[in-house]
Design a protein around this ligand. Structure first.
Ligand SMILES: [Cu+2]
Length: 158
């Protein structure tokens, strides 16, 4: 009987351990820069980044491979230095700049890094040094893609 109880306890502990392990990843897909290269792509023909959460370390050299996975849409990937209001300003200025400028203004104060404007199926590498610890919004500035098309880059302390 004692042995039976011990086996039951062991099973319960094991089950709990497995449940906790399974929950470790959280809800949203997150890539962590173990290496210095992260991949990110638009989510098929939907206006979403996949993954929409990235994690890097402060000061780390980061290369993000941006892929336009849509069948016909243009996208870009723009890392914003500021909150959602700054992101909106960058997106609005991008509209005014137009397609010739890749829907992007040149403003190092509000844009940390960005890809070129990508057509369906195209890929581009974006290399930059991760900024100070904090959370940063990344967006697509193609008309009507923001505010839906955005995600968060988390920069951890080095
Ligand atoms: Cu887009």
């Amino acid at each position: 009987m004692k042995l039976y109880m011990r086996m039951v306890m062991f099973s319960v502990v094991l089950a709990l351990f497995l449940m906790i392990s399974a929950c470790g990843g959280g809800g949203s897909p997150t890539l962590t820069a173990g290496s210095s290269t992260l991949g990110i792509g638009s989510d098929g023909d939907s206006l979403n980044f996949k993954p929409n959460a990235l994690t890097v370390s402060a000061g780390q050299q980061v290369t993000i491979t941006v892929k336009d996975n849509s069948s016909s849409l243009q996208h870009n990937w723009v890392l914003i230095n500021g909150d959602v209001n700054v992101a909106r300003k960058v997106a609005t200025a991008g509209l005014t700049a137009g397609a010739d400028k890749g829907y992007l203004i040149s403003d190092p104060a509000t844009i940390i890094a960005h890809s070129p404007l990508l057509s369906a199926g195209q890929t581009a590498d974006v290399t930059f040094t991760a900024p100070a610890a904090g959370t940063y919004i990344f967006i697509c500035t193609v008309p009507a893609h923001f505010p839906q098309m955005q995600g968060v880059l988390t920069v951890n302390e080095h």
